[in-house]
Design a protein around this ligand. Sequence first.
Ligand SMILES: Nc1nc2c(c(=O)[nH]1)N[C@H]1C(S)=C(S)[C@@H](COP(=O)(O)O)O[C@H]1N2
Ligand SMILES: [Mo]
Length: 365
Amino acid sequence: MRIGRRALLEGLAVSIAARSSLADELLRFGGTPQELATPTAFFERLLTPTNVFFVRSHFGAPSLDRTRKLSVAGEVKTPLELDAETLAKTFKETTVTAVLQCAGNGRALHKPRVPGVQWVHGGMGQATFTGVRLKDVLEKAGIDASAVLHVRATGADAPPKPTVPAFVRSVPLARALDPSTLIATKMNGEPLTLAHGAPLRLVLPGWCGDHWVKWLTSLRVQKEEADGFYMQTAYRMPVPGETDKTRPATTFPVKSIIGAPADGAKGALGPQHVVGIAFSGDAPIKQVEVSIDGGTTWTKAKLEGDAGAGRAQVFRHDFDQKTPATLRAMSRATDAKGNTQPKEPAWNPSGYFWNGWHEVTWSVA
Ligand SMILES: Nc1nc2c(c(=O)[nH]1)N[C@H]1C(S)=C(S)[C@@H](COP(=O)(O)O)O[C@H]1N2
Ligand SMILES: [Mo]
């Protein structure tokens, strides 16, 4: 079955070679190079290398233009036109470590199946993002921070034909003014690659990837949420208790993924190391529990890395296996607000935010 094959592919243990920006290790969906998954094997470390970092671009990248200007306009006192160089000279540089995750990551695991990119676990990664605070840029342009406003963002990528809607998004002003929201110029310490939005992209730690507009060309402060398919139809979740009402998908839920051992691996007797990453868009991770008896008993794993909302930590659970066996490990994370990864996440019509317990099976002899 296709899900099985995908899961297997995403889980394959691959060695990382320093290669071009779009590494061979990335796992391709369909025929386009713009839906590329990070192999699960990379989720045993804090930072996902850029050359295996998942890519999701609806229409493909525009040309690479590191001097492309970003305009800041709308309900502002002084409209601005800035390129990456001016931005870096004018505003203070900041770095955040954050998970970038597609809202549809895990879609292949929702039951019943939902059409769309069939991500298993690889529609995500964690990187450091460096740039300037969106807040500083908006304040320089002059905004009324007390008004109910939205910041509409567009990128330089164009739809394949005029009848296809452009990728236009907006974020509420309050989120735009959050100190963690950046206009990034660098990822993992290097200038942004074209696939990841060079020269400028939005970064919104804790919120799903569709808000992280790449190849940024325009920011417009306006009274309404942005119009158009990508804001009004796609990337929305049902509002609980209200029929036919939806709201934009924003904060991704608590989740953990086991990066090693790989599902289906064959290993040696002796020390076994279950390693993965855990994160929540809503709050720092409080604990990750691992079960090696099918969910009957759970042990707290060791956590590594700094805790923070929208930020992944590594978890580890070691045990010793003296006799040949087929082993199974399950992980479940809980965040500081008490949200716990469910065994079976709630289904939704677009197949967003799958965050069920992760399980791997391997054998030792
Ligand atoms: N301009 C533009 N920005 C975009 C997209 C796009 O198609 N065009 N895709 C979005 C989606 S749905 C996701 S999940 C992230 C993926 O970011 P990445 O390709 O750097 O991993 O970019 C977002 N930003
Ligand atoms: Mo996405």
